[in-house]
Design a binder for this molecule. Structure first.
Ligand code: BTN
Length: 324
């Protein structure tokens, strides 16, 4: 850890109280001048730090910059977040995480960025990822399960994300099969899961789960404004993004290590905003109307079509048809 990180940890621990330069210097075994330099570096990075004569340095509670230290304050998970890489900007946390996974990164390694310049969504779409307003995070997993069961991971992640959003922002979120989190009929979060195969054994080598949450956006560009929302817009309260990340990792770890007993599916079904609705299914170039009946134990969407047939959907995109 650098002096700057150590100083930040001490100021975070003080939770809004002042800490004198000399006590920080003593704790870290450095000069007061080195503390002063570290504080200036932190200020340049955007931290609001008050410095009062005879009182010392105080990190304002309104600070909302993602740092490893600020996340660790709230992190209870043991494996998820055991290694955290944080960037100010990156093309895509999924792209970077994939490289780390291919180099052998351990399960639970996490990549986070304050901004993505080429955030990836499903079906080749872009994910809107402006600076400092969202959570853009990818978690590397090494699941010991057959490829065909790996879709369960996305559904399990969706449950963990929905629970986290509800507890931190005090809202009631839904899940739109397969991987979107909705609040009041607008999308607040998307999940993109990608996998790497071990071709020799035909088993999963790694899975990366990329999660993008709109947190403090106050508005959206024209193309998104009718379909997207943020936790701030829905809850009218400022959200501590470090706490949100840590709680997400805590919940995700809990759900993921319990995935085999499938208990998350009950919660997934309860939160579904699709079951019982007339929907339009988009599957490759195929588009058709159907009725969503249930979600089965492989997290497939069970639909019926007008010809009376029942289908189990593994992938694709659905939209709920509005009643006339
Ligand atoms: C979707 O809505 O279609 C999925 C969006 C997934 C976005 C997240 S943000 C973090 C991670 N990195 C990416 O490039 N995409 C995922």
């Amino acid at each position: 850890m650098s002096i700057k990180s150590d100083v930040l940890s001490i100021l975070l621990e003080a939770k809004g109280s002042s800490v004198s330069g000399s006590s920080i210097a003593r704790k870290l075994g450095i000069s007061r001048n080195a503390v002063w330099k570290a504080v200036n570096n932190l200020k340049e990075e955007g931290y609001f730090i008050d410095a009062a004569t005879n009182k010392g340095y105080c990190l304002g509670l309104k600070n909302n910059i993602l740092s490893e230290q600020s996340i660790r304050q709230y992190l209870k998970a043991k494996t998820f977040g055991s290694k955290i890489d944080i960037f100010k900007t990156i093309d895509s946390t999924n792209t970077f995480a994939k490289k780390l996974a291919q180099l052998g990164a351990a399960e639970g390694s996490v990549v986070i960025s304050e901004e993505q310049t080429a955030g990836k969504g499903r079906l080749g779409r872009k994910f809107f990822s402006p600076s400092h307003t969202g959570i853009y995070i990818t978690i590397i997993l090494r699941p010991k399960m057959p490829l065909e069961k790996s879709t369960l991971i996305t559904s399990c992640a969706a449950v963990a994300v929905a629970k986290t959003i509800d507890s931190i922002a005090n809202v009631n979120s839904n899940i739109k099969w397969v991987n979107d989190i909705y609040i009041n009929d607008k999308k607040a979060c998307g999940i993109l899961t990608e996998a790497g195969l071990d071709f020799e054994t035909n088993t999963l080598d790694y899975v990366i789960v990329g999660i993008g949450i709109n947190v403090s956006n106050e508005s959206f560009p024209e193309a998104l404004k009718d379909i997207a929302t943020s936790l701030f817009i829905e809850s009218h309260q400022p959200i501590n993004r470090s706490e949100l990340v840590a709680e997400l990792l805590n919940n995700l770890e809990k759900e993921y290590y319990d995935i085999e007993n499938l208990s998350f599916l009950q919660e997934y079904r309860r939160r579904s905003n699709v079951i019982g609705s007339d929907i339009t299914v988009l599957c490759g170039n195929n588009k058709y109307d159907a009725h969503a009946v249930d979600i089965d134990n492989d997290a497939r969407l069970i639909v019926t079509t007008d010809d009376g047939k029942t289908h189990a959907l593994n992938s694709g995109e659905v939209s709920v048809r509005k009643k006339c």
